[in-house]
Ligand binder design. Structure first.
Ligand SMILES: Cc1cc2nc3c(=O)[nH]c(=O)nc-3n(C[C@H](O)[C@H](O)[C@H](O)COP(=O)(O)OP(=O)(O)OC[C@H]3O[C@@H](n4cnc5c(N)ncnc54)[C@H](O)[C@@H]3O)c2cc1C
Length: 491
């Protein structure tokens, strides 16, 4: 599986001489999508075998911060005083994410409260705390936080904003491991079988065009596993596959660093291709190097190498990251004055302090911006901010304050001089029933998928909100499990 364009072979079932094992439902990959799929399929009465390439379950899910995007009035939201509705959540997601399948988003929103409760019932710990600050990952163990663009123009006018990031109860980062521990224990208690150290490298189809099994490489050779009802692909993202990235996301700067595990190299997507799967939004990437916290930096402005603003500075950091990626040379500076000055706290982002200057013309010259450009930009911005307005990008009044107290300072946010890390958002096209769709838009018989190997709700960094991977991966993993368990050889 070295060529990113050509998929692996699709093996014909008739050619298989010996089946090493079988199950009603085969699940490929034991991250959060696979674990949720396996649990639900087994509980639906199916005999399940999870086939995992690593020596144990967890995947990138176990590395994650453990933030799930849920809404519609979860207990955590109600405890914090928010009367969120699934309609508001739907309206926001449809307006902001570019999701192509409204039915899929509707289903996610309508089942969001129940999905939060389901995770808790599996032992995934969440408390009822609310972190009100603006952070990449809340430093506390509080559950609820705003993790998207809900309060950013124009979305706050389209749907009533509510915080929808639900973080596993762990201080700061690392909640994903707690979530995966709980789900793996639940799978063990349910009797889910797992074959680890087994890399699935081909799908098996029958004469009717149905996917009926997989081939996996184990230490003693190639093995063939038959699926009586369905195969679920849940083998994760492709961010670690440089050839696939160069092909599908050629504008991603080389300096960006992928987040994930080595096995996030696109196997599931290429397996899906072998069965004729359609792919969606393969160039969709969220790349980020947040300049906040501290929050006061949001009162600064971001300018490109023309000395012009280009984004509302109160945007979610992934939206800002994509906006910077779209600037000439991916160059950007954060401009602050003496009242708003602070050092960015996300040390990993490595935003360089450029210098301090007594006047705006000196700063303009120091940053090698076109003469007069920054002076104009700041004068316009300060005039609006003085009235609590930002006619250009509609930054919320909470963050508007004229930048007119020297000395001034700049931090560099350019891709080439910062540490941007990313995850991929594109993958197979699936429907609201987690069925993999072919290029003709029709479901591929016997094949289901969920998690980071599918294109789900967020299509790119501008529309992403923290939690929009784990949330849909966990929910549509379950949907895949239920539907694969009920598949009867006809669909
Ligand atoms: C550091 C970090 C922090 C993150 N934080 C968040 C967050 O807070 N909220 C959020 O929503 N998202 C977050 N994400 C993204 C999120 O973690 C992933 O999108 C999500 O976990 C994907 O789940 P998955 O089950 O699809 O894939 P994974 O969890 O990656 O699981 C896939 C599994 O498939 C296995 N596999 C791969 N190839 C094969 C093969 N050929 N055969 C068999 N098995 C195979 C892998 O070994 C792996 O175990 C974060 C990601 C990272 C890396």
């Amino acid at each position: 599986m070295t060529d990113p364009i050509s998929p692996p072979e699709l093996i014909w079932a008739e050619s298989v001489e010996h089946w090493s094992g079988s199950a009603d439902v085969l699940v490929v990959g034991y991250g959060i999508a696979g674990a949720c799929a396996a649990l639900e399929a087994q509980r639906s009465g199916a005999d399940v075998l999870v086939i995992e390439r690593a020596s144990g379950g967890g995947g990138a899910s176990a590395l994650s911060a453990g933030i799930f995007y849920f809404g519609g009035g979860t207990e955590a939201q109600r405890a914090a005083g928010y009367e969120d509705t699934s309609d508001a959540m739907f309206d926001f997601l449809m307006a902001s994410t570019g999701a192509p399948d409204a039915r899929l988003v509707r289903r996610y929103c309508d089942n969001s409260v129940a999905q939060f409760e389901w995770l808790e019932a599996q032992g995934v710990p969440f408390n009822r705390g609310y972190y009100k600050g603006k952070a990449v990952i809340a430093p506390t163990d509080d559950c609820l936080a705003s993790t998207g663009n809900e309060k950013v123009w124009p979305y706050h006018g389209i749907a009533t904003p509510a915080p929808r990031g639900h973080k596993v109860a762990k201080e700061g980062d690392g909640g994903g491991a707690l979530a995966m521990n709980a789900l793996i224990v639940a799978c063990e208690q349910e009797g889910v079988r797992v074959a680890s150290d087994s890399r699935v490298n081909a799908l098996i189809g029958d004469a009717a065009g149905r996917i009926v099994g997989v081939r996996a490489r184990q230490s003693d050779g190639q093995k063939y596993f038959r699926a009586r009802r369905g195969v679920i692909l849940a083998a994760g993202a492709f961010g670690m596959n440089r050839e696939m990235l160069d092909h599908y996301a050629p504008t991603l700067p080389d300096s960006c660093v992928p987040l994930g595990i080595p096995n996030n190299d696109g196997d599931a997507i290429r397996l899906g291709l072998s069965a004729g799967a359609a792919l969606r939004s393969m160039g969709g990437i969220i790349a980020t190097a947040s300049y906040y916290p501290p929050e006061q930096l949001i009162k600064g402005i971001l300018v490109n190498n023309r000395g012009e603003r280009f984004v509302a500075e109160d945007s979610y950091h992934g939206r800002t990251g994509q906006a910077i990626r779209e600037q000439p040379g991916t160059v950007a500076y954060l401009i602050v004055d003496s009242e708003t000055f602070a050092y960015p706290e996300v040390s990993r982002a490595q935003h360089r302090f450029v210098d301090g200057w007594e006047t705006v013309p000196e700063m303009e010259q120091g940053l090698e911006l076109p003469p007069g450009s920054l002076q104009r930009t700041l004068a316009d911005y300060n005039e609006g901010a003085g009235h609590g307005e930002d006619p250009l990008y509609h930054k919320h009044a909470d963050w508007l304050q004229p930048l007119d107290k020297p000395p001034y300072a700049a931090f560099e946010l350019s891709y080439s001089n910062s540490y941007y890390y990313y995850i991929t958002l594109g993958g197979m096209a699936t429907d609201a029933d987690a069925r993999v769709l072919g290029v003709d838009g029709q479901p591929i018989s016997g094949l289901f998928a969920a998690g980071a190997c599918v294109s789900s709700i967020a299509q790119d960094g501008k529309g992403y909100a923290s939690g929009l991977m784990l949330g849909p991966a966990s929910y549509f993993g379950r949907v895949a499990g239920q539907n694969a368990a009920q598949a009867n050889g006809e669909g």
